[in-house]
Design a protein around this ligand. Structure first.
Ligand code: ADP
Ligand code: MG
Length: 437
């Protein structure tokens, strides 16, 4: 058994102060051993970055223990380094000097620093760029300098927070290859890697283990081993099957709506155009169904964006999700084939059933002139969501409500109101209800 490098025991992080507290991650138990390359995947906001900050000691959890080589972690972990999505390089230093800074900070004698920096830059493929300044480099090359700087620290535990997500496709692929090569050939003293990614293919491509998280509250829902030998051809059946499995876990299974009204399912942040594209694309497929894992490439979106889209489509009753497959419902089919105006009507009839909308519409219906200041709605939402999420939920609700022609928003007065079309729709549905009684 390889020795555990890092152990998290019952780690919980609560943000905010009463009464507006919320639990970002709850009861996380995780062990990372020497020799492991672990990836952490999960929807936005499930607490992946929070977890990395706790592991590297940048943040102390509200509850629970962090052990490094069996010892309780106190303050910043000197054996762990974190590499962020975009590296903060010093713009006034050359590429080489940016790496030397990290070496000097570790106490490497100055005469050895230059030599060591040149070696590291060579290793990440930046030979010949030592004297360039960051602004002269492409995004991919700057990221390489960042990697070289992280390697200069020679961390035992290398933590990476979505390191490739800000890069173009080619640079990302090249850097993945370089990191894997350094790792698998043992060219770096790093004992374990923990990488956050929202790209499931990337996780399967690189890692020995995939830890899957879900949110509300952030928690681990699966921990699976990827037993495929390196290098891993992306088109191999076993590769695709693993990707499929992770999607199946992440997208969950269709949950019946509504959930408890006291805890409305948050509205996912999506592009309505992309939602329409997803439904249209599904409608063209045999039996109007598809493997989830094929869709990011098909629709040219990230897997994270796809999961938000499926979440929204499921919430609206346009699709069902099971075993890594997504299928259009008859309603979703109708939407995909409808005219622009008919789509708005279908969308409107669906969102009115969502707890958050029925609550908001009721509030507007009762208000004078059918309008309410934004702040009032926000305050009310804050009893259910933390501040940042309440703002996001309101923004999504307004976007969806405008598209459905139910709501209007006046930016100059910061008021939300019922759209005249919305009033008609509501009057009609009230009337229908009365007539049914
Ligand atoms: P991820 O990296 O998975 O997207 P994060 O760890 O960044 O998730 O955030 C998890 C949740 O905690 C989110 O809802 C986020 O808004 C919230 N959050 C993160 N950092 C803070 C903070 N310092 N204060 C309050 N809320 C925070
Ligand atoms: Mg994050």
């Amino acid at each position: 058994m390889p020795a555990p490098l890092l152990e998290l025991r019952h780690v919980t992080q609560v943000y905010g102060t009463p009464p507006r507290q919320f639990t970002a991650i709850e009861d996380i138990n995780l062990t990372i051993s020497e020799g492991e390359f672990v990836t952490l995947v999960g929807p936005s906001g499930c607490g992946k970055s929070t977890l990395l900050r706790i592991i590297t000691g940048l943040q102390r959890p509200t509850r629970g223990e962090v052990l490094y080589r069996g010892m309780a972690l106190d303050g910043v972990n000197p054996h762990a380094t974190i590499v962020f999505q975009t590296f903060a390089l010093f713009p006034w230093l050359t590429v080489q000097e940016n790496v030397e800074v990290a070496l000097k900070a570790r106490g490497v004698p100055p005469r050895l620093c230059a030599q060591r920096a040149i070696e590291l830059l060579d290793r990440v493929g930046l030979d010949g760029f030592e004297n360039a300044y960051p602004r002269e480099l492409s995004g991919g090359m700057r990221q390489k300098v960042g990697f070289a700087r992280a390697m200069a620290v020679e961390p035992e535990l290398l933590c990476l927070d979505e390191p490739f997500s800000a890069l173009d496709v080619l640079s990302a692929e090249a850097l993945r290859g370089e990191l894997l090569e350094l790792w698998t050939r043992g060219q770096i003293p790093t004992r374990a890697i923990l990488m956050v990614t929202h790209n499931i293919e990337e996780a399967v491509f690189m890692a020995d283990r995939i830890v899957v998280m879900d949110k509300d509250p952030g928690r681990i829902i699966a921990d699976l081993r990827v037993a495929l030998p390196q290098p891993r051809p992306r088109k191999a059946a076993a590769f695709l099957e693993t990707v499929d499995r992770v999607y199946a876990i992440l997208a969950g299974q269709t949950q019946p709506e509504p959930v408890e009204p006291s805890r409305p399912r948050p509205l996912p942040s999506i592009s309505l155009n992309k939602l329409a594209s997803l439904l249209e694309r599904l409608a063209e497929m045999p039996q109007s169904r598809a493997d989830l894992y094929r869709l990011p490439e098909e629709l040219a979106i990230s897997s994270d964006a796809l999961l938000s889209l499926t979440d929204a489509a499921e919430l609206l009753g346009f699709v069902t999700v099971a075993h890594g497959d997504i299928a259009l419902t008859p309603l979703g089919q109708a939407f995909a084939e409808a005219s622009i105006q008919a789509r708005k009507e279908i969308f409107s009839s669906r969102i009115r059933r969502l707890p958050l909308f029925s609550w908001l519409l009721e509030m507007l219906w009762a208000a004078e002139h059918h309008q309410v200041p934004r702040d009032v709605v926000l305050n009310a939402l804050e009893s259910r969501f933390h501040r940042e999420e309440a703002e996001r939920q309101l923004e999504i609700a307004v976007t969806w409500g405008r598209y459905a022609e139910l709501l209007a928003y006046d930016d100059s007065t910061q008021t939300i109101s019922l759209d005249p079309t919305g009033i008609t729709a509501l009057v009609q549905s009230e009337l229908a209800k009365t007539l049914q009684k």
